[in-house]
Ligand binder design. Structure first.
Ligand SMILES: C=C(O[C@@H]1C=C(C(=O)O)C=C[C@H]1O)C(=O)O
Length: 167
C-alpha cells in the first residue's frame, strides 16, 4: 500500500507560514539598513544562515540539499523585498521608515525561523515530490497572502521564496 500521511497541503502549511514570517523580517531589515547605510547584501551572513540550515537538516535526518536550495531562494526573496523598499524610500524619502530596528534582533528572529523551516520541510518529506505538491503549495500561498494582506510584491516574493519547495 502507498504510504499514508497528512495531505501535502496540510504538510506545506507551516512551510508557507514560516516563509511569510521570514519575509516579514525583510521590512525590518530594510529599515535597519536604510538608517545604517549598510548594503542589503551581506554575503558572510548568508553563509552563516546557509550553514545553519544545512546543520539543521543533518540534525533532523532531513535532506541538506533541499534545505540549502530552499534557503537560497528564501534569502533572494528577502533581498528583493529590501531592495524594493530602498528604491521606494529613495524615490520618496517622506515614505521612509520612522524607526531604526536593531539588526541583531532581526537576525536573532531569522535564526529562530531557520531550524523551524528546515524542520517543516523535513516533516513534509516525500510530499515535496508528490504530484499535488505545487497545487497544495499554491493554495497555502493564497491563504497566507489573504490572511496577512500581502500586496502584489509580497505575494511575488513569497512565491519566489518557495519556488524550489516542490520537486
Ligand atoms: C536579512 C539580511 O539581508 C540579506 C538577506 C539575508 C537572509 O535572508 O538571511 C542574509 C543576508 C543579507 O544578504 C541580513 O543582512 O541579515
Amino acid at each position: 500500500a502507498p504510504p499514508t500521511g497528512p495531505p501535502v497541503e496540510t504538510a506545506l502549511a507551516p512551510v508557507v507560514e514560516l516563509s511569510a514570517d521570514r519575509l516579514a523580517t525583510a521590512e525590518l531589515m530594510a529599515a535597519a539598513k536604510w538608517h545604517s547605510g549598510d548594503p542589503v547584501e551581506a554575503p558572510e551572513r548568508e553563509e552563516t544562515v546557509l550553514a545553519q540550515a544545512e546543520r539543521s537538516a543533518l540534525d533532523l535526518d532531513g535532506d541538506p540539499a533541499t534545505a540549502l536550495t530552499v534557503m537560497r531562494d528564501q534569502i533572494e526573496a528577502n533581498k528583493v523585498i529590501q531592495r524594493g523598499r530602498h528604491a521606494q524610500w529613495y524615490a520618496r524619502p517622506e515614505q521612509g521608515p520612522e524607526g531604526a530596528p536593531d539588526p541583531t534582533g532581526v537576525r536573532a528572529e531569522l535564526d529562530r525561523i531557520t531550524p523551524a523551516l528546515v524542520g517543516a520541510l523535513t516533516e513534509a518529506g516525500a510530499g515535496l515530490s508528490a504530484p499535488d505538491c505545487e497545487a497544495g503549495l499554491e493554495r497555502n500561498v493564497r491563504r497566507v497572502a489573504a490572511e496577512r494582506g500581502l500586496d502584489r510584491r509580497g505575494r511575488a516574493a513569497l512565491r519566489m521564496a518557495l519556488s524550489s519547495v516542490c520537486s
